[in-house]
Every structure is written in C-alpha cells, then in structure tokens.
Write a protein that binds this ligand. Sequence first.
Ligand code: IPE
Ligand code: IPE
Ligand code: MG
Length: 279
Amino acid sequence: MKTSDLLKPASREEAQLLEKLDPDRLPKHLAVIMDGNGRWAEKRHLPRIAGHRAGVKAAREVIETCARLHLRCLTLYAFSLENWRRPQAEVDFLMRLLREYLKRELPSIHKNNIRLLVIGRSEQLPEGVRKDIDEAMRVTARNTGMKLVVALNYGGRAELADAFNALLDHVRAHGLSAFHADEQTISDHLYTAGLPDPDLLIRTSGEMRVSNFLLWQIAYAEIYVTETLWPDFSRARLLEALVDFQSRERRYGGLGSGKGRAGSGGNGNPKRSGHPVRG
Ligand code: IPE
Ligand code: IPE
Ligand code: MG
C-alpha cells in the first residue's frame, strides 16, 4: 500500500511528499501544540480572535489527513490550564469557537468513524462546553477509527497531580500498607490511560518549549518545531513533518542499529521492545 492510496494529493507538492512517506512507519500517536494564532492575526492587523478562527480550519485539515492516513491517535492541545490568564473576552471566544466547531463538525467526525476524547480538568469548564463535549464523546463512543484527543483545560503537572491523588485515594480506600507504583501504574492513572505514548510532537510558531503538555507521555517522542504559524499549517506542512519523522533514528538510550528508525517495529515504548527496562 502506498500513502497516495490513502490520500489523494491536492497539489504537486503534496504528491511529492506522499511519495516519500512510508505508510508502515507513520507515528501511532501524533500530538500537536497548535501555537501562533495570535501572531498570525497580528501580522494581518486583525484581532487575535481572527487567528483562532483561522486555526480551526487548519485543525480540520490535520484531523482529516491523520484519519485518512489511519493514525491511531491524534492529540490536539486546544486550551491549557494556564490559558485562563488571557483576557476574559479571548477565553470566552475560544470556548464559543469550540462549541461551534463541535456542533458543525460532529456529523463528519462521526461519519469518519473517529472517536472523540477530551483530556484535562473538564469539570472546571463552563457548563455549555461540558455538555457539548459529553455529547460528542457519547455519540462517537463506539467508533473504532482514529482517536481524536482534545486537550482542554489541560496541564501536564495537574494531570500528574490528579494521577497521584487517585492512587493515594485507592491506597486509603483499600487500607494498603505496602503499595508499590511502577511506571505502568502511573500511566494507567493518567488522562491518557490506554493510549500509546506520542511518537511525534509537533509545535508550530517556532517556540522551543513544551508548555506543560503531556509531560510524562512525551518521554521519548520525537520533537518537530516549525516556524509556520498554526493557521498556515496545511496538509503539505503536516506531510513534511511526517517525512522528517521517518528520517529520525530512535535509539531509546541504546546505540541504534537502524532497527530503531522512527515508526518501525515497537510502539514507542522501550519497555515493550523486549529489553529489560526497570519499572
Ligand atoms: C494558540 O495560539 C492557541 C491557543 C493557545 C488557544 P496563540 O493564541 O497562543 O497564538 P500566539 O502564540 O499568541 O501567536
Ligand atoms: C500552548 O500555547 C497551549 C496551546 C496551544 C493550547 P501557549 O501559547 O499557551 O504557550 P506559551 O504561553 O507560549 O508557553
Ligand atoms: Mg501561543
């Protein structure tokens, strides 16, 4: 199978990139920090919210492309716990935009067999948003295609704190005096329990930081930072990132024999590569 069997190229550039892409070595889980909406708008002398609106279009294209390429999981960082520090009007707009997006796109998400999941402290979100995401998760719950994970009111440290507190509750509730948590126990208590760790983390707009995103899960993710601002992150830019990913050699602390090339074999978890790793 060729990637061009999965995806019809819309331009010569896309066709050339697809040609370079090995469909068997795509990331199982792609995580994206969608950054640069505000700067995109500023460059055009538009209000920041125009950048967020343009960002929705980019998100739609990335979601559709990843689903067609049969990625198992796509996680999009949509709103961080720290984003409440922005002006109230911008926060309100982002919440409205999300509800609008869900209302408009849910039928096509569902039709494409995509399962929608939300990670983050959703209980702190406005009621209307909570209602809409619950509905979207309910409608798509039995879909078996790509998992679209939206990180909403998400913080990596908060996720770890929530996991540790859930473990402590469990210990107290069962009166366990000798309890030992290993890496798997902690993974199983994160919002992302059951999902593979991201193989590839993309951040747009050139910032070289992770901004509290999936701190535990990106331990061995390949990181791709592009200067492209999120609203300009087209299908071709995504394919470019995937081609770059496939050129990486993933060594997981070993010496690399070529067998560890991105996407080959394992699932990004060194524990499952057959080598004894403690934990
Ligand atoms: C990312 O774009 C969207 C969210 C964080 C919600 P920004 O709004 O952070 O855009 P810049 O970084 O200010 O350009
Ligand atoms: C990260 O972007 C959060 C999202 C993309 C939702 P920010 O724009 O909030 O990150 P910082 O503030 O530049 O670190
Ligand atoms: Mg930003």
